[in-house]
Write a protein that binds this ligand. Structure first.
Ligand SMILES: NC(=O)c1ccc[n+]([C@@H]2O[C@H](COP(=O)([O-])OP(=O)(O)OC[C@H]3O[C@@H](n4cnc5c(N)ncnc54)[C@H](OP(=O)(O)O)[C@@H]3O)[C@@H](O)[C@H]2O)c1
Length: 222
């Protein structure tokens, strides 16, 4: 059995679909939530869909973080900093934290087609600043809409991965490749996450204009 993936904030109707995909692909998944019961309900819901014997469980975020050395952060930007401060004692040295947070203005009451300016440059760089030393941060999965993750169809979108650490980049790439159709694209340093995060706001505005859901992005020529 492969390592556990803790999805912090993974109980939401949207990002729960990442748990669905990775569980289906054979990963051991822990859904994290502020509320243990909500996390367990989300895990049960996925198990009911995929098979009760599959290794998916639910825990409060700190417990989920402590139980895994591969975490994915999927909370609204407005709560990112507070959650990371709360999780500080739960992180282990060498833990890989993959940040999927997009600093959408909607997280503070603005438009979902706009991004907020982040002092550190990007939500992912803010994360890197807030986690304890020794936690390895990558940014990924910003451009993959949950709207296309619900079923088991191939996903027509690349995952652009930005990180200053090769192990974190590799772990994010492995998770990306577990989703059929998704390619893992090396997006370079963590500072490039600023650009990738902004593309999500553009994709949302395209969805609004074309009255579609879940448009994606492909890097061509590779
Ligand atoms: N949805 C997408 O298609 C998509 C695509 C790419 C990137 N993203 C990014 O992924 C992140 C999550 O997106 P989402 O659509 O899943 O958002 P969401 O449904 O609003 O939130 C996800 C989960 O975050 C937790 N949360 C909410 N407020 C919190 C707080 N104050 N403190 C701690 N946890 C809190 C909640 O879980 P509990 O209440 O169980 O704790 C919630 O279910 C965002 O940064 C978003 O920009 C989303």
């Amino acid at each position: 059995m492969s390592r556990a993936v803790a999805i912090l904030g993974g109980s939401g109707a949207q990002r729960k679909r990442l748990a669905l995909r990775w569980t289906r692909a054979g990963e051991k998944v822990i859904i994290g939530s502020r509320d243990r019961q909500r996390a367990q309900d989300a895990a049960r819901n996925i198990a009911a869909r995929l098979g009760p014997s599959l290794p998916i469980s639910g825990m409060e975020n700190s417990a989920a973080c402590a139980a895994s050395d591969l975490c994915v952060l999927t909370v609204p930007f407005a709560s990112q900093a507070d959650l990371l401060k709360q999780l500080k004692p739960a992180f282990r040295k060498g833990t890989v934290l993959i940040d999927a947070t997009v600093p959408l203005a909607s997280s503070v009451g603005g438009r979902s087609s706009r991004v907020l300016g982040v002092w550190q440059g990007s939500a992912a760089q803010q994360t890197a600043e807030l986690v304890p030393k020794g936690v390895l941060v990558a940014a990924a999965f910003h451009n993959i809409s949950s709207d296309v993750l619900g079923g088991d169809a191939s996903v027509d979108c690349d995952a652009i991965i930005c990180s200053d650490d090769d192990n974190a980049r590799q772990a994010a790439a492995e998770l990306a490749l577990k989703i059929p159709g998704v390619r893992a694209i090396d997006g370079g340093k963590l500072e490039n996450a600023r650009i990738v995060e902004q593309i999500t706001a553009l994709l949302i505005s395209i969805n609004l204009r074309y009255k579609t859901h879940g448009v994606g992005i492909r890097i061509t020529g590779i």
